[in-house]
Design a protein around this ligand. Structure first.
Ligand SMILES: NC(=O)c1ccc[n+]([C@@H]2O[C@H](COP(=O)([O-])OP(=O)(O)OC[C@H]3O[C@@H](n4cnc5c(N)ncnc54)[C@H](OP(=O)(O)O)[C@@H]3O)[C@@H](O)[C@H]2O)c1
Length: 289
């Protein structure tokens, strides 16, 4: 039995579907069982719990050989944050896994570090450190930005005007990876005990700027118009004003500024040489209707 915390999310859904299709028993942890409605019929068990609530976890972990943490609290709202979910929630999951005798596969991010400008990455790093020292048998999977998420964001913002919204100048190279590739690596980590005690980093086949991604989305939709840009000074003002009343939005705006300027390129060769069977999904495959 695999306990999949975050099993209702983008990555978790792909993973749950792949595992159940192979006959692997999967239990999905969610704060609201209605969010697992799309998994009905796939054979997953659904358990209600919240990684911030330690008391909800022992029953969820019971009988699981491996716990996968694919949760995050990046966008809020309210008490949902990187500190409460990505750090403390993962601490709670690690403790529950230890008590239940389960291994734990932690989803983290390429760039997770104590001195990262991004709070999410600092919290992911802190969770990694806690897991490594916990005595639980672990694998850490760090991924670059999920391609499908950003295609969805750009496509959604293009819905009204036909022009996607790019935050900042949009000319910073960023590595994007398909969730299909990440799910395949997590699946491998679940099955292969040799990955225990290892940090696996996965990225996509190429670095892309947001302007390039927006242009590809426009071309796939048969449009030629250029994206609209929210300039950096505007992002800074919005982060300082709106961000005070809506911390989740503030985090997203600050992250947009970082994504527009920080070094977010990645060379994915190492993991793909180590695991040659991993898919390497190109952008074109994710743009197909
Ligand atoms: N998105 C990216 O670009 C990216 C890049 C690198 C790494 N990652 C990591 O990959 C993992 C999956 O990301 P994703 O984009 O697929 O996530 P997602 O679609 O945004 O889904 C987030 C998941 O977290 C769960 N969750 C949030 N707060 C929770 C809480 N307090 N208790 C229990 N569950 C909670 C949600 O479950 P319910 O709402 O059902 O409770 C949901 O299933 C995360 O660990 C993320 O940090 C993501």
């Amino acid at each position: 039995m695999i306990l999949l915390a975050g099993g209702t999310g983008r990555l978790g859904t792909v993973l749950a579907t792949r595992l159940t299709a192979q006959g692997v028993p999967v239990r999905v942890l969610t704060r609201d069982p209605a969010r697992a409605g799309h998994l009905a019929g796939s054979g997953v068990q659904v358990v209600t719990g919240d990684v911030r609530d330690r008391a909800s976890l022992p029953a969820a972990v019971s009988g699981a050989e491996v716990v996968v943490s694919a949760v995050h609290g990046f966008a809020g709202p309210g008490g949902v944050s990187p500190a409460t979910v990505d750090y403390q929630g993962n601490v709670n999951l690690v403790d529950a896994a230890r008590a239940g005798g389960a291994d734990l596969v932690l989803m983290s991010a390429v760039g997770a570090a104590a001195d990262s400008p991004m709070e999410l990455f600092r919290m992911k790093h802190a969770a990694e450190q806690y897991l490594r020292a916990s005595g639980v048998s672990w694998t850490i999977v760090r991924a670059t930005a999920f391609l499908e998420l950003w295609i969805e964001v750009l496509t959604r913002t293009a819905a009204r005007s036909g022009r996607p919204v790019v935050f900042g100048a949009g000319d910073n190279p960023i590595n994007f990876v398909s969730v299909t590739d990440v799910a395949a690596l997590v699946e491998h980590a679940l099955a292969d005990p040799a990955t225990r005690g290892r940090v696996l980093e996965i990225g996509g086949p190429a670095d892309l700027t947001f302007n390039q991604l927006a242009a590809a989305i426009q071309a796939a939709a048969g449009r030629t118009s250029a994206p609209r840009h929210v300039r950096r000074p505007v992002l800074r003002v919005m982060a300082g004003t709106l961000g005070r009343v809506r911390p989740g939005l503030g985090r997203q705006l600050r992250a947009a500024l970082i994504m527009d300027s920080a070094d977010l390129g990645h060379d994915t060769l190492a993991v793909r040489q180590a695991y040659p069977g991993l898919p390497c999904t190109p952008l074109s495959a994710c743009l197909r209707p």
